[in-house]
Design a protein around this ligand. Structure first.
Ligand SMILES: [Zn+2]
Length: 246
């Protein structure tokens, strides 16, 4: 069991049956082989458990990998996390390419399609910025703020599921709203000095102090949105704590 797999299986029983990394050599008809396991395997005690997205995302692709024995798979892209995840060996697929998904969408059911000896999920993970497969468990541990369902951040949620449009906004539901370097809680918080001089002036005017973030009452423009995050002149903020200004 891991926090990551518990999100995917909605806390139904599972265990890591094979971690990411070099695999022990195996005896085959061709002699000893060793290989690199480019994902994590989670076994589900032979139960075809439903698999869910870890947060809001979009189905990048899904289908059957005929090059690998007919394995059924789904790729989910998470803009707020900066990664995409591969769910492999599914028994069945319940989503379509391009579909918006959330924590309660069944992506498919755990199976053993393709070259698998038992029912399990092979989970692959790649960064949206490029590069090959990385260790999903290690990535999850190193980005603890990305999606813990039990301990949402006080002033930010990974995603509310709401969508916003560019425009003018005002902070109304938080005393101090973090401004981040990207659209999600995994990105760095900006300090007062890193905000635009315009924002610094407004914060000083409202509070009389230097505060690391947008304070309640501050008005700002949003040029671009990603789920419930908006890009302001200083950086990204969670728009769930703001109101549209007309
Ligand atoms: Zn695997």
């Amino acid at each position: 069991m891991s926090e990551l797999s518990n999100l995917i299986f909605h806390n139904k029983s599972n265990y890591i049956s094979s971690p990411y990394g070099p695999r022990k050599s195996m005896n085959t008809s061709k002699g000893k082989t060793s290989s690199f396991h480019d994902g994590v395997d989670y076994a589900t005690y032979s139960v075809k458990l439903a698999q869910y997205p870890v947060t809001d995302g979009v189905v990048l692709s899904c289908g059957t990998d005929w090059a690998y024995g007919g394995a059924k798979y789904v790729w989910v892209k998470y803009d707020s996390l900066g990664v995409k995840m591969l769910h492999y060996h599914l028994d069945s697929i319940c989503v379509k390419k391009g579909q918006a998904v959330n924590k309660n969408t069944v992506l498919g059911y755990t199976g053993k399609t393709g070259r698998a000896t038992g029912i399990h999920l092979h989970l692959g993970l790649k960064k949206l910025s490029g590069g090959g497969y990385i260790d999903p468990e290690k990535w999850w541990r190193e980005n603890p703020s990305v999606g813990s369902p039990t301990s949402p951040r006080k002033s930010e949620k990974p995603s509310s599921g709401k969508k916003y449009s560019p425009g003018n906004y005002k902070v109304t539901k938080a005393n101090v709203l973090n401004v981040r370097s990207g659209p999600g809680t995994k990105y760095k918080k900006l300090t007062f000095k890193q905000l635009t001089t315009d924002a610094q002036e407004k914060i000083r005017k409202i509070t009389g102090k230097e505060v690391n973030g947008y304070v309640k009452g501050i008005k700002f423009s949003v040029k671009e949105t990603a789920l419930n995050w908006g890009r302001t002149p200083s950086g990204w903020v969670c728009l769930d704590y703001c109101e549209v200004r007309k």
